[in-house]
Design a protein around this ligand. Structure first.
Ligand SMILES: Cc1cc2nc3c(=O)[nH]c(=O)nc-3n(C[C@H](O)[C@H](O)[C@H](O)COP(=O)(O)OP(=O)(O)OC[C@H]3O[C@@H](n4cnc5c(N)ncnc54)[C@H](O)[C@@H]3O)c2cc1C
Length: 325
């Protein structure tokens, strides 16, 4: 009974979170003494699909159908359920990203599977029970979950388990899955893609700003810092709610979870709901004019100061540093 991993590409190549999920799947497969099969819904070349073999995939199945071109969690879950039945797979791995968060619970209901959302570690087996750690209470505690059911689904928190390279023994196969027009309940009217920007969930450095920026017209210096550092931009929830920034930049309990190597917070108070999405970052730098701002407690480095004075000076210093001056 192989372990099945769901992979999705961006602009024709796989993202780091996919390599993490495949590598994680391979380590779970090793525990269960079985193979790692990957399923992809895009019409990618054999070479691109085979690259997943570097991280332990033994076979990649290509399921292509026009109905799968747009994201529809219900339809994706239906097709994955059919694939799992066809391949006799009882364990399915996702990355705990936007699509994983949407598809995995629907698939868990279809497969009658135990589901761990946001695993942070490799599972351990106790008999047929799988035990997995995940963050709870907005990252304040870690819980050990046990899956007793035969079918098991795990969504891995990005940036928690580093992908491991292995010898590539991967092959690619097409798989036919029948899809009826009535299988999809979603009608996609328009797809708007963010372009030319570093994807937030994959970024090594994130420059994030909050209500302390006073208005959307002041984001020029935030974007300048991000450009200089090769970083993605993020924001607190109220900033997205009042439309200063797009919602895909919102990080925190109700937004994206990011775990970059460096998270720079500008004019963000550091409420627990914000920290929930960023406190896995390796290094946190906080710039806030209030020395009592809660974010300083979570910070590795803090600057008590006005962002309108500090950020332009930092940007100039970063530019000089990059220029080698
Ligand atoms: C159920 C629930 C879920 C939530 N989910 C999220 C979530 O996912 N993400 C999230 O971010 N929030 C979330 N929130 C909201 C959260 O509680 C906070 O209200 C929010 O994070 C505050 O955003 P902020 O820090 O940008 O704004 P504020 O709280 O207004 O803080 C602004 C900060 O900027 C500082 N500042 C002001 N001017 C300057 C200046 N010139 N220079 C330097 N610093 C300055 C201030 O000292 C202050 O610390 C959630 C709340 C609830 C109830």
């Amino acid at each position: 009974m192989p372990v099945l991993v769901f992979a999705e590409s961006a602009n024709g190549t796989f993202k780091k979170s996919n390599f993490e999920a495949v590598s994680y799947g391979a380590r779970v497969a090793a525990l269960l003494n079985t193979e790692t099969f990957v399923i992809d819904f895009e019409n990618l070349s054999d070479d691109v699909l085979k690259s997943l073999g570097d991280y332990g995939a033994t076979k990649v199945y290509r399921v292509t159908n026009d109905a799968l071109k747009n994201f529809d969690a219900g339809l994706h879950a239906k097709v994955l359920n059919d694939v799992a039945q066809k391949l006799n797979a009882t364990t399915v791995i996702f990355s705990f990203n936007y699509s994983g968060k949407a598809i995995a619970p629907v698939l868990a209901a279809k497969m009658n599977a135990g589901y761990v959302a946001g695993a942070i570690d490799i599972p351990v087996m106790e008999g047929s029970t799988m035990k997995i750690r995940k963050n709870v209470f907005s990252g304040k505690a870690i819980a050990l979950y046990a899956i007793h059911s035969d079918n098991k689904i795990i969504a891995l928190t990005p940036n928690t388990v580093a992908p491991e390279k292995t010898e590539n023994k991967c092959s690619v196969e097409n798989l036919e899955i029948a899809i009826k027009a009535t299988d999809s309940k979603v009608k996609v009217k328009e797809v708007v893609k963010a372009s030319g920007k570093i994807t937030l969930s994959d970024a090594d450095i994130v420059v994030s700003a909050g209500r302390g920026l006073k208005g959307p017209e002041n984001w020029g210096m935030v974007e300048e810092m991000a450009n200089i550092l090769g970083a993605a931009t993020a924001c607190s929830r109220p900033v997205a709610d009042i439309h200063w920034r797009p919602h895909e930049e919102h990080v925190g309990q109700t937004g994206l979870t990011v775990r970059p190597n460096l998270y720079i917070a500008l004019g963000i108070s550091g409420a627990i709901q914000h920290l929930a999405g960023v406190n896995g970052s390796k290094v946190i730098v906080v710039i806030n004019k209030d020395p009592e701002a809660p974010f300083f407690k979570a910070a590795d480095y803090g600057i008590v100061g006005d962002v309108f004075e500090v950020v332009p000076k930092l940007n100039e210093a970063f530019k000089r540093f990059k220029a080698g001056a």
